[in-house]
Ligand binder design. Sequence first.
Ligand code: G6P
Length: 605
Amino acid sequence: MCGIVAYVGPKDAAPILLEGLQRLEYRGYDSAGVAVVASKALKTRKVKGRVADLAAVMPARFKGTTGIGHTRWATHGVPSDVNAHPHLSSDERIAVVHNGIIENADALRQRLEGEGVKFLSETDTEVLAHLVSRAVEETDSLEDAVRRALKSVVGTYGIAVVDAQRPGEVVVARLGSPIVLGIGEKEMFAASDVAALVRYTRQVVHLEDGELAVLKADGFHTFGGDARETAKEPLTVDWETANYDTGGYEHYLLKEISEQPDTIARTLRGRLDDRFHVAHLGGLNMDARETRSFKRVKIIGCGSAYYSGQIGAQLIEELARIPADAEPASEFRYRSPVVEADTLYVAISQSGETYDTLAAVQELKRKGGRVLGIVNTVGSAIARECDGGVYLHAGPEVSVASTKAFTSTAAAFALLALHLGRVRDLSPADGRRICEGLRALPDQIKEILTQEEHIRSLAHKYAASPGMMFIGRVRGYPVAREGAQKLKEVSYVHAEAYPASELKHGPLALIGPEMPTVAIVPDDEMLDKNLTTLGEIRARSGRILMVGHRETDQADDCIVVPKNQNELDPILLSIPLQLFAYHAAVALGRDVDKPRNLAKSVTVE
Ligand code: G6P
């Protein structure tokens, strides 16, 4: 999705803006641009293409110590130089970069055109530049002009604005699209994502919806919707620049898959209690009585977050014996859900920004629901909106396809299920069994990663298939769904996931030599039934790649993973499927870290 970077301070802004934009490349974009203020005039460059293309057209002298930059993901108007941000007012005094969507842009454009304004681009953003330009004539503060302009806007925005007449000042504002301020030494930064800031500062401030901030080299002021100044506490982020380098790996995706022994360990660190075999989750903000009071758990998230929620629902049902289910947040938010006081709602998000999930949380809060967040990004919008929660501490995930956040979320659910279970009927012995299982995960993941070469050769073997079926029963089903999701996201090979038990109720018609099946076959109560299903597939000449705990001659190929506790096996069974998708994508020459049409976090509706 679109990215914003802004700078004000003593240094030249352009190199800082370009570097920041590069850090945001992982989010997906189609054009890029910057504007800096120099000697009471704006200098602008923007291109369709990559940040490197923008850097290539920047003149050597592009001086100016205040500036804004943008990577655009086209919504209104095709990707082109003209439609790229920043957008300028007709007198080239005001420049604006914008994330989000202005829903009444057409009406505003018509009104402004009626008043004689000439538009250059097809974007919704350009109306903002003209609105601010008109307002700035009537007030002596840029902050006030931006506030006035935003009053006529319906929609969502994260914006950064500069005024050629006010070098040394940037105004930013947010409604539904993230803006984070970075505090430096006699310099200030702003961005839509912490990734753009970590090279320069760890001290950040997140803007809330409706807030606006004025940045100058010597500091910042934030204001609420009512124009009153708000007090903000800076947060220290522990993410490092190294998280945004491939660190010797060919792709972020492989790096992040390989990091999982460590990322799972970080999610668990300090949270397992060997004395009482319970989990300590300090951020839940609930006492034991409240924790016992819930009769149901409803989990919401999008994409891979939703599938990890399905694993979570099973863990909670099995360990805590509370009815639990997961639903896509993108559906939940629109179907006017019945919100119950004795249901615990859990929202999952790696980025903490996914708009559908955020909107679902807001709807729940409006209706009085109790919402916990399982979130990777500290201080993100979803984390702030929830009543409490569990941070993953998995470090930033850069590759568009989620891997380490997926397994860390599942591990966080195991902790939550243990916690909910141990205030109910889960015995100390079962508590110990789960604690031991969780502690074993990092080494077991290392063992799976040693099989990369075997998995690579299987990915090469199956990558040419026109499509693949992924099946699993009960605990294996969300694993199959996430495996299919990974494959289609990064390799573009068509993949369908089905409960293995449903195969005979329809999809068996697809099975034949052209449609291989990836079967998740853990060594659990479902083993015999799963082996019977493999027999049915073979009887239809279907090829089978089995992922499980022991080899079987019912399958053409097998990937064997170490056995953990039945409830925790889904975490380990997911990892070979990540490697399989990765190597299939490499074999097919795909843009592994930035698959076509996808964005890392979808911050629009
Ligand atoms: C996008 C990404 C998915 C991701 C989903 C949820 O659709 O392409 O890979 O799973 O968003 O993201 P979140 O940051 O909320 O976990």
